[in-house]
Design a binder for this molecule. Structure first.
Ligand code: GRF
Length: 208
């Protein structure tokens, strides 16, 4: 089945770029990137998306955060305008710094993915790499998960582990985690598009 993809961003866009590259070089098929939406104007992700020929839309939240169905309705309107709908679409959050309302989550249930730079359920929320370093774990990593009503709590699709080194800084650790993020996010999308993700309660089973 062909999937219409929207990617929601707020900043650098390296995960978005990894996804677009995987689509353009054929590692992911049957997925059509329809639109990249940012809640912030003038971010790098928008330039990168345009360089891939993808339509970009800014829905500026003027720094106002928090779950907000009024804001999310504008997202839904835009998604519908680009034919990314609950029956044919996938919405990928890639460094999108907003928490979605329960109305939005409900509408696109099990069709919204996120990438998080820790092995969830450890270190949810902001600055996950710093949290891991300060806690002193020896292994951290990254997680692709479906979005549910909580923050970083939805069913886990894929994870990759990354060793924490004694001489790591937040930056060196974050950059090794990022390499793994760029591997597993496109892979999760490919599995979704191939209909290979079966959700049983909290568990995501990879079929086939
Ligand atoms: C990544 O570390 C991702 O895991 C987190 O936000 C960061 C976004 O980076 N959710 P980028 O915009 O994809 O480069």
């Amino acid at each position: 089945m062909r999937i219409n993809l929207a990617i929601l961003v707020s900043g650098r866009g390296s995960n978005m770029e990894a996804i677009l590259r995987a689509i353009s070089d054929g590692r992911i098929s049957d997925v059509e990137p329809r639109v990249v939406i940012s809640n912030r104007p003038n971010v790098r992700a928008l330039d990168v998306a345009r360089s891939y020929g993808i339509t970009t839309v800014v829905i500026d939240d003027h720094g106002k955060k928090g779950r907000d169905w009024e804001y999310d309705k504008m997202l839904v309107e835009c998604l519908y305008a680009y034919d990314v709908k609950p029956d044919n679409g996938l919405v990928c959050l890639a460094g999108f710094m907003r928490i979605l309302s329960s109305e939005f989550v409900n509408l696109y249930r099990l069709r919204i993915m996120n990438i998080h730079p820790s092995l969830l359920p450890a270190f949810p929320g902001l600055n996950a790499q710093r949290q891991a370093l300060e806690y002193g774990v020896k292994i951290t990593g990254c997680t692709v998960h479906f979005i549910d009503e909580g923050v970083d709590t939805g069913p886990i699709i894929l994870q990759r582990a990354v060793e924490v080194r004694d001489d790591d800084t937040v930056d060196t650790l974050a950059s090794r985690i990022l390499e793994k993020e760029h591997e597993i996010y496109p892979l999760a999308i490919r599995l979704f598009a191939q209909g290979m993700l079966k959700v049983e309660g909290r568990r995501v089973i990879i079929t086939g």
